[in-house]
Design a protein around this ligand. Structure first.
Ligand code: PEP
Ligand code: MN
Length: 349
């Protein structure tokens, strides 16, 4: 017999609950192991007819079949895409939200000059890694706590929120007061203890898809984040590994569109890592806007040739200006808009 989640309304008095319990008598109804974060979510199992009857009870908001592998982030649970607040922007609505910044925080100067330029161009968040998950242990690993302070300072000076990667559970507490959104990197998408730690803290989480992860594994990783009670989750497609080597990864825009279709989570695209080539960032950004994505994450560096990571794929600030102008011109025809650069300028000054 099929198992279902019953989601109760959360404004019930004792009389309503009593009536629910009486109706549920013939069914096996247990409060699930999600109870702490989701007390109103029950698991019900039993006779189909009795279940169908209980589903119409006034206390029951929603019935979700548990054979759907991701009942918490699946579209049926809310219907509408969730708006996730980040600084002055909301991700998931009409605005196409662009976050930008260097791959790594390398110095005060590099971070501040990048922040000023991307803010002036209309970016709504400053991205940058203070802890870097490098493929080689011999490569630059990030400035750590010092990098985080530099990032916070540059973000405050330009009135932008900070999006930065957290590498391990023990760093959540270290970083939580200095970040506006935690980024889970591709290499950590299935680091379940990290996902659990992030599901129990107050900041929104950007979940990058693993380069070797299937679409379903990506959705299930998001399910871990929501399971502990954090619904401010944004997905990010950053390219997957295929047989193709001409581009750094292969941008899987179809999976990103499927994520928008099948879940209520907003989706951002990272064309910098997906292509590895500055010349392809414009076309892939335009495609992402046209495909109904919620925004972008772009790497920008004032002197890419000196960058300590991912210099080959970084846009120059002038190139980022041109990209934002092009996207701003395209957006209205699609019923979307970008933050106006003049507003961002005022905020930055
Ligand atoms: C990054 O954002 O710089 C990064 C390391 O990305 P990813 O986890 O997608 O490789
Ligand atoms: Mn990078």
């Amino acid at each position: 017999m099929a198992r279902h989640y019953l989601q109760l309304r959360d404004d019930l008095d004792e009389a309503a609950l009593e009536s629910y319990r009486a109706s549920a008598e013939s069914l096996e109804v247990v409060t699930s192991r999600l109870a702490e974060a989701w007390p109103q979510l029950h698991v019900a199992e039993g006779d189909d007819q009795a279940l169908a009857k209980l589903a119409t009870h006034r206390t029951v908001e929603l019935v979700l079949p548990l054979d759907e592998r991701f009942p918490l982030v699946g579209r049926p649970r809310y219907g509408e895409t969730r708006l996730v607040r980040l600084g002055e922007a909301s991700i998931g609505g009409a605005e196409f939200v662009v976050g930008a910044g260097p791959c790594s925080v390398e110095s005060r100067d590099q971070t501040m000059s990048t922040a000023k330029r991307v803010a002036a161009a209309g970016a709504r968040a400053l991205r940058g890694g203070a802890w870097k998950p490098r493929t080689s242990p011999h490569d630059f690993q990030g400035l750590g706590v010092e990098g985080l302070a530099i990032l916070r300072h540059a973000a405050d000076a330009t009135n932008l929120p900070v999006v930065t990667e957290v590498l391990e559970p023990s760093l959540v507490e270290v970083m939580v007061d200095s970040v506006d959104m935690f980024q889970v990197g591709a290499r950590n998408m299935q680091n379940f203890s990290l996902l659990r730690a992030l599901s129990e803290q107050p900041r929104p989480v950007l979940l990058k898809r693993g380069a070797g992860a299937t679409w379903k594994e990506w959705m299930l990783a998001a399910e871990y984040l929501v399971m502990g009670g954090n619904e401010d989750v944004v997905l990010c497609e950053r390219g997957i590994r295929t047989f193709e080597t001409a581009t750094r990864f292969t941008l899987d825009l179809a999976s990103a569109a499927l994520a928008k279709q099948e879940s209520w989570l907003p989706v951002l695209i990272d064309p910098s890592h997906a292509t590895g080539l500055p010349s392809l960032i414009g076309p892939m950004s335009a495609a992402s806007l046209a495909a109904g994505m919620d925004g972008l994450l772009i790497e920008v560096h004032p002197r890419p040739e000196e960058a300590l990571s991912d210099g080959d794929q970084a846009l120059l600030p002038d190139e980022f200006d041109a990209l934002m102008a092009r996207l701003s011109a395209l957006a209205p025809a699609l019923g979307r808009q970008l933050a106006s650069p003049s507003i961002a300028n005022m905020e930055a000054s």
